[in-house]
Design a protein around this ligand. Structure first.
Ligand SMILES: [Zn+2]
Length: 286
């Protein structure tokens, strides 16, 4: 099963970087979200593919037309209101950030928001409390877990990358974790972000074809509008390694995504969950 997801944010919504940390900075940068979302919608249209869009509440508040356009045909999920790392927030801050983002999206679309992804996959074991809050706020499907060590999060104790019933103090959540391939001890997340942009398509296709070697035939792709934007400006002051990771391969990524969606069949979370026999799914207690 291949699941396609997007984190809808601007090209400058990089985490853990002072010049782009809060709403106070975001107004200073060029607006590229319209053309970048249109590029994705065109690719989905041409390849007849569905995907789930995790949208930042700030994008919804600032450009409600973008959200309306996506919601006409695609599933909407929440990516918090203000795009902060979960482990940098208190429980109350996190609750408010998710609650405001969900409400913003529901008010614009008139549809219930039931899916969530944390910025930077930043729910670690020490933030398992987040699942109680998400469940309280009506979230049924989460896609915030990176089942290994990761720069902004990571849960190395998570079992295999597959749809999983998470339970935390009596609250249950259906989890769609990120998957990766381990090469020379490194976790290569070829299905999203920098690694997806870096590697040539034939390699991505091969790893995807080999997927039964390392997951239960499960792949989760995650793409940001900025990943496909070859014309975006470069943020000043990024350390060299982050500059490389943030901008490598943006120019060729849109055509790479289109080839991928032509070669493999992807679906969104709302359709995927109906096909999964959750009574047989892996369970993980936090
Ligand atoms: Zn994000």
């Amino acid at each position: 099963m291949n699941i396609l997801t997007f984190d809808v944010e601007e090209w400058f919504h990089l985490l853990d970087f002072d010049a782009t940390r809060t709403e106070a900075e975001w107004g200073k940068y060029e607006v590229r979200i319209h053309e970048n979302v249109d590029r994705i919608l065109d690719i989905l249209e041409r390849t007849n593919t569905k995907g789930t869009f995790f949208i930042i509440g700030w994008i919804a508040k600032t450009y409600p037309d973008v959200v309306r356009k996506i919601a006409e045909k695609y599933q909407i999920g929440c990516h918090t209101m203000n795009h902060q790392l979960v482990w940098q927030q208190s429980r109350e801050e996190f609750r408010k950030d998710v609650e405001t983002g969900v409400k913003m999206l529901e008010d614009i679309t008139g549809k219930k928001v039931e899916s969530f992804r944390a910025p930077g996959f930043s729910i670690r074991e020490s933030e398992a409390w987040a699942f109680e809050i998400l469940s309280d706020l009506g979230i049924k499907y989460d896609s915030s877990i990176f089942p290994a060590h990761h720069a902004h999060g990571g849960m190395p104790s998570f079992p295999k990358a597959a749809p999983t019933i998470l339970s935390y103090q009596g609250h249950e959540m259906k989890e769609f974790p990120v998957c990766f391939k381990t090469i020379a001890g490194k976790h290569i997340v070829f299905s999203g972000g920098g690694y997806f942009r870096l590697f040539p398509y034939p390699l991505i296709k091969k790893w995807h074809t080999d997927i039964t070697d390392y997951t239960d035939n499960y792949l989760l792709a995650y793409i940001h509008p900025r990943d496909l934007d070859g014309g975006q400006p470069m943020l000043e002051g990024l350390p060299l390694a982050r500059k490389f990771k943030s901008y490598v391969g943006c120019k060729g990524a849109a055509s790479k995504l289109e080839r991928w969606l032509n070669d493999f069949s992807f679906t969104d979370i709302s359709r995927a969950t109906k096909k999964i026999d959750w009574t047989q799914a892996q369970r993980f207690e936090l």
